[in-house]
Design a protein around this ligand. Sequence first.
Ligand code: FMN
Length: 244
Amino acid sequence: MNPVIDLLKSHRSIRKFTARALSPEQIDAIVTSAQAASTSSNVQAYSIIAVTEPDIKSEVARLAGSLAYVEQSGLFLVFCADLHRIRTATEQQGEMFHQNAESFIVATVDAALAAQNAAIAAESMGLGVCYIGSIRNEIEHVSRLLKLPELVYPVFGLTIGVPDQEPSFRPRLPKQAVVHQNAYQPDRIEAGIEAYDEVMHEYYKVRTNGKTLTNWSSGIADKYRKPVRGHMRSFLEAQGFRLD
Ligand SMILES: Cc1cc2nc3c(=O)[nH]c(=O)nc-3n(C[C@H](O)[C@H](O)[C@H](O)COP(=O)(O)O)c2cc1C
């Protein structure tokens, strides 16, 4: 259709990189693109930590689950939701800073939008990316390691590098299960899941040479049959965020 849409449709996460480092121009283009993303009321409530020091990168890779693709990436960026800077600006104006669940959402969404712009910019240069939400497994350690102040939390990392693999496209849910006309249509959900399970069953079978015979909903059920990262709320409150 056009090169941007072709690029978006060709996305797949990359989990193996060559040893080639990114050039300063590439890094600058990625970060500038991240900053160009839309941001709620121009608050820009996020910060990006570029983890370049090998010891720190290794430690983050370990905390994220001993991920080689974090350690070996050409660039590892941690996107943080950040209310610290806007509290500073508010207080410098002599005003009281108020925050709540709304400001938490604003900061988290801002961080995600900036990250996705960074991801697309990287992919447009032929680089591969993978988001790393598993830094939240050890969010307290990661925050301490990166010296995050109060009102800043790491939403996820983004590994970026020269791809050393060509994974196949991971199919998405059928549109009728995701896109609704004018109002939510719950009656489409079950059929959508069923159709997608069939597609994903085949995808896993092919991708693992017949070893994995699962589907999408059994993977989802496996993940959601117990609470995921139940430490998040207490961590966020200790970090100064108010979720009321
Ligand atoms: C917020 C977020 C966090 C993610 N965290 C991880 C992660 O910790 N480790 C990982 O290998 N992939 C992670 N991923 C990648 C997803 O697994 C991947 O995007 C998804 O399965 C779809 O596959 P695709 O990106 O290849 O299309 C994450 C993706 C997102 C958006």
